[in-house]
Design a protein. Structure first.
Length: 228
């Protein structure tokens, strides 16, 4: 068996008998890429941490997105956490960077989304009045160097929800976004889509809530934004 290439050790920001929350590095896909290559699953053996079973990712983050990802450590936990997502008992906090400043400092984007596909542009999400309900709360966290740091708290978990809500709802795509950004994301100072899953919480019956917090990534700090 070929060992996965060494990136940095994947940080664990929460651990107990049924859950791990890791700080997924930007650029590492959760699932195996169609064209092959390293993915998070290649590291699950090392994330067993003495358990017999490999952990299972309960949800997904885009390849470019860094930050908190919940892993279940046994089959019962997989079912419980999947139900928690369905029942909206999971709180998620993201940080994203856009170019320029906004007139408002906070708000809610209530915009149903649908998927479209074309030979020229591939697939992407769009505002679709007949699509799936999608709600994101947002507020300005900081501004620096002509960019704005936005805190996003999604109520729903649609594919690319924050990315398309930033572009179509705020009128400002995330820096570096290759699908929804200007000129296919060739933004100054961004080598990837600037989105970070900063925190996740999961309510549990008769147990303390799972609480994971992933520190501000270096490329956010390089653009002048401080952690916290």
């Amino acid at each position: 068996m070929i060992s996965p290439p060494v990136i940095a050790r994947i940080p664990i920001v929460y651990e107990d008998g049924e859950a791990l929350v890791i700080n997924k590095p930007a650029g590492l896909p959760v699932d195996p890429p169609r064209n092959g290559g390293t993915c998070l699953e290649d590291y699950f053996e090392g994330l067993k941490l003495g358990f017999h079973r490999r952990p299972v990712a309960v949800h997904r983050l885009d390849t470019d997105t860094s930050g908190c990802l919940l892993l279940a450590r046994n089959p019962k936990a997989v079912k419980r956490f999947a139900q928690a997502f369905q029942d909206r008992l999971v709180g998620k906090r993201y940080l994203g960077i856009i170019a320029g400043e906004l007139e408002q400092t906070e708000g809610t984007i209530d915009m149903p989304l649908g998927k479209v596909s074309s030979a020229e542009k591939g697939w992407r999400m769009v505002h679709d009045p007949d699509g799936k309900p999608s709600v994101t709360h947002w507020k300005v966290a900081a501004t620096h160097g002509g960019n704005t740091l936005i805190e996003f708290r999604p109520e729903t978990g649609r594919t690319h929800q924050i990315r398309i809500h930033a572009e179509a709802g705020l009128g400002r795509p995330l820096l570096g976004d290759p699908v929804y950004g200007p000129e296919h994301g060739k933004s100054i100072g961004a080598r990837r889509t600037m989105l970070h899953a900063a925190a996740i919480s999961v309510e549990r019956v008769n147990k303390p809530a799972i609480e994971g917090i992933a520190p501000m990534p270096d490329d956010f700090i390089d653009l002048g934004f401080a952690d916290g």
